[in-house]
Design a protein around this ligand. Structure first.
Ligand code: FAD
Length: 471
């Protein structure tokens, strides 16, 4: 049921003038997600400036049984940040809460508000001669609150872990309106249950994150980047083992791509150039970092690639000759999601697998895909070092987009069945949201599911926090 004007006015009175958005044109971009899969309705978006305002909003939401949908940068890929179609839910945008509260370079901690973008946090760390390693293609828009609420992974998880591993403490507004002051800056702290980890990855269903203290690392003094062309995922895994044994923690990224998404990026981003003279069935983008300098990183990476060539693990390797070329290599990798949009419908799978299972998974999943839609094109790429693949399936050339997308659930079932056979996960880093809610309900261990439902009831007994998402 749509929001009553009187209710809109009461909520609007809790934030400063101009911070209750009701203009349909200003609301429109917040009602559709990046892929256009989910569209919602609302007549109100609140943009609070302080945790106290968020607290007042939640208290009123409880009294009036109004559903609140937290939204950060709206780059989430599972529909979690979009209100439903009833018109009765309010968007709570954290965008104005974007202050950097404190940078403790020596202690390796940065404390930021939830609306700070990932890019802003990286830049602030960099200015303090520190590294905040989490890196996503969406980082210019994605906000820390969203990044933590989805437990984002990205291209550096191999060396530094996922968002959860980078967070020391949280400030959270609970459904009751109470503020949980958990902005700890201690690396060791065993005072009871780890409440912080309840809210990380909860996709706004257990509380509203308003600030976070995050870990900083020494800034590398140099990096080296290279693309390798190779025959198969099995070879890529051998290359990963070799690179890890030689480079250890200095191997900061190891990204795999099949030929198709690589070609899609080159085709649809005309400024990019193919680094190779011939094509390969698979590609790996490697990055090594050094605490000493670029020359050291380059020679260490070059030695790995020479040995890989000699052992015929790879067909060719192209080291980036300059920072500009390294950025161009990354642009190919980061352009893969966007480029798929130009190839018609794309059915997504954000999966993770035990590394050893990946070659066999690839063979079996390819058959599964063809059994659902013959001629469908597999555009698989991902963070191989973490066993995380974006196993995306583009429509056959010339097919009707709507009919292809109508097979989304069948395709998911077929691919996830193979994932499950190999002990993998159907949700690696993008979360559950609406997109995978039903899959979670039917495939998670019943005891785990019941425990999650108990937690939700405990923390949000009225069901006002992002209802219909995750569970
Ligand atoms: C081009 C592209 C590339 C991407 N690459 C990656 C990648 O490599 N790895 C990866 O993990 N993800 C990736 N993503 C997905 C997305 O960027 C991440 O999920 C990101 O963490 C979402 O942040 P956001 O601020 O946009 O959150 P939103 O999309 O606004 O919200 C996401 C979820 O978090 C909740 N939420 C948001 N803010 C808060 C808050 N303050 N408190 C409580 N709940 C909140 C929302 O309700 C929603 O459920 C990519 C997306 C795009 C478009």
């Amino acid at each position: 049921m749509a929001l009553e004007p009187e209710l809109v006015a009461r909520f609007a009175g809790l934030v400063g003038p101009g911070n209750a958005v009701t203009d349909p044109d200003r609301l429109a971009p917040h009602l559709v997600e990046w892929r256009g899969l989910y569209r919602g309705r609302t007549s109100l978006m609140l943009q609070p400036e302080t945790a106290a305002e968020v607290s007042a909003i939640m208290a009123l939401a409880g009294r009036t049984r109004t559903a609140i949908v937290p939204q950060g940068g709206n780059t989430g890929l599972v529909g979690g940040q979009i209100p439903d179609g009833s018109g009765g839910q309010i968007i709570l945008s954290l965008s104005r809460m974007d202050a950097i509260r404190n940078v403790d370079a020596a202690g390796g901690i940065i404390t930021v508000e939830a609306g700070a973008t990932l890019q802003a946090v990286q830049d602030t760390a960099d200015a303090a001669d520190r590294l905040f390693p989490l890196s996503l293609a969406s980082q210019a828009s994605a906000q820390i609150g969203g990044v933590l609420s989805t437990n984002a992974g990205g291209t550096t998880a191999l060396a530094f872990g996922v968002a959860r591993d980078l967070c020391l403490g949280l400030e959270v507004v609970l459904a009751s309106g109470e503020i949980l002051h958990g902005l700890r800056s201690l690396k060791k702290d065993n005072r009871g249950y780890d409440l912080r980890n309840l809210f990380i990855g909860a996709e706004g269903t257990l509380g509203i994150i308003t600030a976070a203290s995050l870990k900083l690392f020494p800034k590398p003094r140099g990096t080296a980047t290279a693309f390798a062309g190779l025959a198969s995922p099995a070879r890529a895994l051998e290359l990963l083992t070799l690179a890890q044994s030689r480079l250890g923690a200095s191997l900061t990224s190891f990204e795999l791509s099949a030929a198709l998404p690589f070609q899609f990026a080159l085709r649809h981003m005309p400024a990019l150039r193919d680094p190779f003279a011939r094509s390969y069935p698979w590609y790996v983008l490697l990055e090594a970092s050094s605490p000493v300098g670029a020359a050291q990183a380059q020679s260490a990476l070059a030695a790995v690639l020479e040995d890989a060539l000699a052992a015929e693990l790879i067909g060719d390797a192209v080291p980036a000759a300059s920072d500009a070329q390294a950025r161009a290599f990354w642009a190919i990798r980061e352009g893969m999601s966007e480029a798929q949009k130009h190839e018609g419908g794309s059915i997504k799978h954000d999966i993770s697998l035990p590394l050893a299972a990946i070659p066999q998974f690839m063979d079996e999943a390819a058959l599964a895909v063809q059994s659902v839609v013959p001629g469908a094109r597999i555009a698989c790429f991902g963070h191989l070092g973490d066993g995380n693949l974006h196993y995306n399936v583009s429509q056959p050339v010339g097919a009707d987009k709507a009919s292809f997308l109508a097979r989304w659930a069948d395709m998911n079932d077929a691919v996830h069945a193979v994932v499950s056979r190999h002990g993998g996960s159907f949700s690696a880093e993008h979360g559950i949201g609406v997109l995978k809610r039903d899959i979670l309900a039917r495939s998670l261990d019943p005891v785990a599911l019941a425990t999650m439902r108990s937690l939700k009831n405990l923390l949000d007994p009225l069901g006002i926090l992002n209802p219909g998402k995750v569970l």
